[in-house]
Design a protein around this ligand. Sequence first.
Ligand code: ATP
Ligand code: MG
Ligand code: MG
Ligand code: MG
Length: 565
Amino acid sequence: MRTSQFPLSTVKETPADAEIASHKLMIRAGLIRKIAAGIYTWLPLGLRVLRKVEQITREEMNKAGALEVLMPALQPAELWQETGRWEKYGPELARMQDRHARDFCLGPTHEEIITDLARNELKSYKQLPITYFQIQTKFRDEIRPRFGVMRSREFVMKDAYSFHLDQESLQETYDLMYQAYSNIFNRFGLKFRAVIADSGSIGGAVSHEFHVLADSGEDAIAFSNASDYAANVEKAEALMPLGQRPEPTQDMSLIDTPNQHSIEEVSQFFSVDAASCLKTLIVKAEDNTLVALLLRGDHELNPIKAEKIAGVLSPLQFASDEEIIVACGCKPGSIGPIGLKMPIIADRSSTLMADFICGANQDGKHYSGTNWLRDLPLPEQIADLRMVIEGDPSPDGNGQITIARGIEVGHIFQLGNKYSEAMNAAIINEAGKNQIMLMGCYGIGISRIVAAAIEQGHDERGIIWPNELAPFQVAICPMNMHKSHRLADTVEKIYGELSDAGIDVLLDDRKVRAGFMFSDMELIGIPHRIVLGDRGLDTDTVEYQGRTDKESQEVAFADIVSFIK
Ligand code: ATP
Ligand code: MG
Ligand code: MG
Ligand code: MG
């Protein structure tokens, strides 16, 4: 490709809504353009990367024996009603009606469609196991689309679905997919981890997420320092019994001060380390309703969690900040926080991290120690607000937790019979009887991976693509080619040789200054740069510089293809 035929759409400005590096760089490098909130056009340069992500994924799916299909994005409500998800899925489902007022949705995922296909196409156990996959556009009306294509409302996903006679076969395909996913992310050249996950609205029992590790990731991942344990923090929290938390140190009934205290004062009072692990209870008693927050100091608030916390706090309509009562301590055996006067240490603007435990205290009963928390009914929507932090015991009992941030780029599930039973997807088994199939499903966020790769690979000058995903592997930047026939001929020759070797080359044939070419090529993240000038013609060399190299080096014409390969 030549820049004369493949115009670069680099821009200086970053949009005001771009909070993270990948979003800014995807706009600046001219990979995407925004159409509406969470809806983007892929420009030619961005599409080249997206297609490479797709292609590697497709190759590995084929290798794993999955069969490619293409299902409709537009899905009839009837199928979703069969599984009950038409009601359950909520406002993220993009619903619409056709001209006859029949209900449809734009597919956020395809369990219903594939299960319908399977129940019609698969008749005999001899056809099992079978895995279908597709690479297709999904629609989710995200409450807060953000970070460009990272969390958009229309995005490309690879989704695969497998069908089985028994659990053993499901486990086998699940393991095969786990391996295929590891191969895919290794080929992308990204640092990733597979972690135990919650299966969320898709359902099922066993599931793993694949995360690209990056500080800007929306998910927190809990690792044990003494075992292979790695889980999405949400999952680790769900598994963490409250009783495992270290007990607070002081009896809260000792405190009787109406004053505002800083978290530091309170931590001194209770001789606990505010920064690492301050276990504090916020209690709000109002009309027999009890809200308790377990606070741990100095923790950055994850936006999703903050939203949930705010969502639970706001309907309580605190008349003033003073009404949020904070109790520290709650030593086992001491009187619980109800009805006691406690110091106020937090207001609503506090940046303290909070763990939520909430329940109705209908009988006014006195609870003691932290155990009373366990007895409280946890409203479903906030039960997952428990928090695992650095230093907590690992849920597998081995070692302590450290936490890193990750971007969820893949998710595999053992669905079991959740969809097949609801939709009566059965085959004839060996005994000649009807048998409901078991299912697995396997997703990869194709478009999110482009952004995740940039989160992991960038510097102040722009994107640093891994070789496999780069829109072009090599940029040729000739110096004053338009003034020298001799140079132009050599440039064409090298361009031809690299292209013939199967390398994607971008030849910058614009009449622009060298500095201008370089900054464009660095911004769009081309891994290898070759500079050709009249001087090199005399020595038969080019000036080569890798995207992350500090300095350039001379490479002989004759060696350039093998040097880059
Ligand atoms: P998230 O937790 O980020 O909302 P999810 O768990 O809802 O993702 P899945 O249903 O597991 O997503 O879908 C499979 C994959 O699709 C995810 O692992 C992710 O990579 C990708 N994905 C999901 N939602 C989006 C989105 N709004 N924009 C881009 N990619 C997405
Ligand atoms: Mg989601
Ligand atoms: Mg998720
Ligand atoms: Mg998921």
